[in-house]
Ligand binder design. Structure first.
Ligand code: NCD
Length: 313
């Protein structure tokens, strides 16, 4: 098993072998999660604290279930009501928590880079659960596991990532991961929602859905991240749906067996038609959620092994 990191802050520093290690271990946790007895002792005795400075439903629940199934003591800090609101800095909060000796810290923060900064100040292994528009590594890993199980591989696929690329950490982590696996990546969206430097990321850029989806094996839809927009990026939601919303007609440009993905939360009728999202023959959106728990179990398990190895060294 190769995985030599203290933290999981992004996909960028991971090697293809390390990615495969996480996915292989996650595969065993998929089986565990489908069984009646869902417990394994990988994190027994360890304390996991979830700090979400941004709202989250599935990611926080997923990390919480993952930790509990592996026997950790899991605590959710209600960051909306925390001392940060009273003026405490992120670093002071981190140092306070650090004094309680957590082993795993799962952190989501609205600012890009905040989780890396925090990781430098604490003794725990830190998992980035999404920082600004920078990275969301466990999302890209769960997407990869979903793709690998549906398509049998991760290399030499054509993956269209569609919509609000500019504000999306999911897109950035997926571009890193799929690029390392030698897949062909196409970013599809209006010019206002594709960063100007994107052409240098080793990806193709298309502003037209029919061209962008042509021959795609995977169609990954993204939400319009309105909370990160500070101006008019799209004319109207109706117009956006007309040009970029995934419906049956646009999907017919992709390969006949192309899968449809979405990290959630999904806005039906804005970036995706509800019937496509619910079509069990095309959509793997529920599988993504299932893979999420398994991937987080695997990531925390591997980080805990490294923690224990460092402690006994
Ligand atoms: C994503 C996120 O928070 O970056 N959601 C998630 O983690 N499931 C995408 C989004 O918010 O649109």
């Amino acid at each position: 098993m190769t995985f030599r990191h203290r933290h999981l802050l992004g996909i960028e520093p991971l090697s293809p072998d390390e990615i495969a290690t996480i996915l292989d271990l996650a595969g065993t946790y998929v089986d565990l999660n489908r069984s009646a007895e869902k417990h394994a002792p990988a994190l027994a005795g360890l304390t996991q604290i979830n700090m979400f400075f941004e709202n989250s439903t599935r990611t926080q629940a997923s990390f919480e279930i993952a930790g509990q199934r592996l026997g950790a003591d899991v605590m959710n800090m209600a960051m909306q009501a925390s001392s940060i609101k009273k003026g405490e800095t992120l670093i002071d909060t981190a140092l306070t928590l650090n004094a309680m000796h957590p082993d795993l810290l799962v952190v989501r923060h609205p600012q890009s880079g905040a989780v890396d900064l925090l990781a430098q100040k604490v003794n725990a292994a830190v998992l980035n659960a999404g920082d600004g528009r920078h990275e969301h590594p466990t999302q890209a890993l769960l997407d990869a596991l979903t793709i690998r199980r549906a398509k049998g591989r991760l290399h030499r696929l054509t993956v269209a990532i569609c919509g609000d690329i500019a504000h999306s950490r999911v897109a950035r982590s997926n571009i890193w991961l799929l690029g390392k696996m030698e897949s062909r990546i196409r970013l599809v969206g209006p010019p206002t929602l594709i960063p100007s430097g994107a052409a240098e990321w080793g990806v193709e850029v298309e502003h037209d859905m029919a061209r962008g989806l042509a021959d795609a094996d995977v169609v990954m839809m993204l939400r319009l991240q309105r909370e990160r927009m500070d101006g008019g990026f799209i004319p109207s939601e109706r117009e956006y749906y007309h040009r970029y919303g995934l419906d049956a007609e646009k999907l017919s440009c992709a390969k006949p067996d192309a899968i449809v993905m979405h990290p959630g939360p999904m806005n039906r009728g804005v970036e995706i038609d509800g019937t496509i999202a619910d079509d069990i023959n095309r959509s793997v959106i529920q599988e993504q959620v299932e893979m999420g728990v398994a991937v987080r179990m695997a990531a925390m398990d591997l980080l805990a092994r490294n923690l224990r190895a460092a402690a006994s060294a």
